[in-house]
Design a protein around this ligand. Structure first.
Ligand SMILES: CCCCC/C=C\C/C=C/C/C=C\C/C=C\CCCC(=O)SCCNC(=O)CCNC(=O)[C@H](O)C(C)(C)COP(=O)(O)OP(=O)(O)OC[C@H]1O[C@@H](n2cnc3c(N)ncnc32)[C@H](O)[C@@H]1OP(=O)(O)O
Length: 272
């Protein structure tokens, strides 16, 4: 019960603290949006899931690299109250659920109202590590967002071409036996992650946005199973438009895999 009340409170808190000041929200739309959201939460406590799983927390499928990077960013996140003072933080971990409305309401379970079977695309596979394993951190000033992404075996795309590099017969046979094929991540899966990271970044800055344009250059393939960093930075905001650029690199930053720019447009309801 106390947990449920705490969730309702957090949900209300997050709705009321949404960064509307950064968008030109019509005052009547603001009041309407908040009233509808808060009313929905207050009238539906029986729908709250006691099992809301935050998918951005470490699980057994995470490799050493993923864990190390998680610890690195997590150690710079907001700390618990120590005495009277709250510790300062440089980054904030973005919780991630398999139903999108949970994002908007700080973990409150609301999506049954709409479609009971709907699941967030990147979090819809139960087996840990099989597909999109990732965690996002947003920087204090919200100009930057970083994602640690481990690409699982269900994201297989093209196969590598080691065969071209060595024509020795024994080696050729082993290649044919598939022992030496390198598997890379599917380009669509990379695009999905870029969209997810940049849209989350833009969502921290404003409300109700849609991806209008995603421009991607694939520079180097990403080996399946490897961990990469996805860095996004705010380029500019212009009226209802939010422009974000994004880079996918190896974890040490030495290899550039992909670069992209994304344009988000704030809903007319908010932008006027
Ligand atoms: C630590 C705390 C963190 C808290 C985090 C909080 C939340 C985190 C949550 C995360 C997010 C959760 C879930 C996210 C869910 C899904 C993620 C994936 C996102 C997507 O996957 S989303 C689906 C794909 N997406 C579409 O399905 C869009 C279809 N589309 C449309 O719905 C319209 O098309 C729309 C709305 C885009 C615009 O329509 P509209 O009528 O409102 O606006 P209009 O057309 O007038 O354009 C206004 C200005 O944008 C320019 N403009 C427009 N489009 C352009 C283009 N393509 N290229 C260049 N410029 C463009 C115009 O030129 C004009 O510019 P100007 O003002 O300068 O003239």
């Amino acid at each position: 019960m106390a947990r449920t009340l705490c969730r309702i409170f957090k949900g209300c808190q997050s709705i009321c603290s949404l960064p509307l000041m950064k968008t030109r929200l019509h005052p009547s739309a603001s009041v309407l949006l908040r009233t509808v959201c808060v009313r929905r939460m207050l009238t539906l406590p029986f729908r709250f899931s006691p099992k809301a799983q935050d998918f951005s927390l470490p699980n057994s499928s995470w490799g050493a690299e993923m864990r190390q990077l998680y610890e690195h960013y997590n150690s710079q996140c907001e700390e618990e109250m120590k005495g009277e003072e709250k510790q300062d933080w440089a980054w904030k971990r973005v919780p991630s659920y398999n139903r999108t409305l949970k994002h908007a309401t700080g973990g409150v379970y609301l999506s049954k109202i709409y479609q009971s079977k709907a699941r967030f695309f990147t979090r819809n596979i139960k087996e840990p590590g099989a597909a999109f394993e990732y965690v996002l951190f947003v920087s204090k000033d919200e100009q930057k967002c970083v994602c640690i992404f481990q690409a699982g075996h269900l994201l297989e795309g093209p196969q590598g071409s080691l065969i071209l590099k060595n024509h020795a017969t024994a080696f050729f046979r082993r290649v044919q036996e598939e022992k030496y094929w390198i598997r890379y991540v599917h380009g669509g899966a990379i695009a999905t992650m870029i969209d997810t990271v940049t849209v989350t970044h833009a969502s921290v800055l404003t409300l109700l946005i849609m991806t209008a344009n995603l421009n991607i250059n694939y520079r180097r393939p990403i080996p399946l199973g490897s961990t990469v960093l996805i860095d996004s930075s705010l380029n500019k905001t212009e009226g209802r438009k939010v422009l974000i650029s994004c880079k996918v690199t190896s974890t040490d930053g030495s290899k550039l895999h992909t670069e992209a720019t994304a344009l988000f447009v704030v809903s007319r309801l908010l932008g006027g």
